[in-house]
Design a protein around this ligand. Sequence first.
Ligand code: S3P
Length: 432
Amino acid sequence: MNLTVKQTKRITGEVTVPGDKSISHRAVMLGALAEGTTTIEGFLMGADCLSTINCFRALGIPINVDGRKVAVVGGGEKGFCTPDTVLDTGNSGTTTRLIMGILASEPGLYAVLNGDSSLNGRPMGRVTKPLMQMGAQIYGRADDTMMPVTIRGHHLRAIDYQSPVASAQVKSAVLLAGLRAQGKSRYTEPSPSRDHTENMLKAFGADLSRSGNTVELEGGQVLTGQRVQVPGDISSAAFLIVAALIVPQGHLIVKNVGINVTRNGIIEALQEMGADIQILNRRFFGREEVADLEVKSSSLRAAQFGGSLIPRMIDEIPALAVAALTAEGKTIIKDAQELRVKESDRISALALELKKLGAAITERPDGIEILGGRLLQGTLVSSHQDHRLAMALAMAGLIAQGTTIVEGAESVTVSFPDFTEVLKSISRGKLI
Ligand code: S3P
């Protein structure tokens, strides 16, 4: 599907964004592991989270979907059934990596995981390696580091693991496997990644502790089903925030956005560039902090970003790059080599596509440099079948002269199914 975006002056209104993708996945997974029923409100009905639901249904977990409400009847002690089909994890890295930890620790279970061509090209060794150290039996391509993979569930033993990457998916896979392993699992990350798994495990009754960058969890703990209220996804909100910042007349309120400190790096980064973003009505949905964000058009200035801020805004860098197109001076984003192994190589794809619009952008091995203030001209650009790239390019289209056509825009259904409708509403139909 092509998405056509016209240069736009005004972005206004009050909107909500779909539920947080990371939290929606985890609510289904912990609900499936728990005793009793878990109810989830504000669930993200995007393709990735639906892949998680379908996998757990295939594992014998009853899951009822009613609008954006989901009820999961946990397997608890009884565990999961061996599925009679291949588990299709689609485009979803989170489904794949977290489920590996769960399945590897389920004695007697046998499962095969397969994804789409993008997912089957992404690195899985970062998860299979620590799990195999725990005793997991996982077989896959490229020395068990790539999908498709086969898992034979087993009794695992706890490990003390120092991860080379700040990845919440790796951390969560080890913690979820550790939940049923023998002994105390310790996981150390180089800098803090999103902590939704830790927050939700605690909410479901698990005892775990964090000291510095190390999380500890004793095996053999039982979870109890809960009510989960999912905040709006800051990763989706980021595109709308940037839209309101970069057009001449922008004034937007985005309601109920999750602002967990391990995720809110994008707000800090944009504010450092001079963005007018007010954080209003701070409150909690369970253990997750939520706020309404008020955003007004701003004259941005370039800045440099790297270090521990990067994992706190890794998924928002495509949106940040678009904001940098309007900033005065050169914005440098470094220490972000993880972008190369997302749904696309987001460094090279962003550089390639934004250049087509006339942007002055250079690739670095670990990031990008963007010289702001260039006049952009709308043209045909490609999403590379990456949802966040599609949305970033649509935002760039707002400030490019004429019309920008984003090819492969159906990929937005992965995380923001009603993206087009929301864009129509905040531009009063002028944009699309
Ligand atoms: C996610 C973690 C991040 C992020 C992804 C979702 C999660 O990936 O990019 O979109 O839900 O745990 P990594 O764990 O690879 O950093």
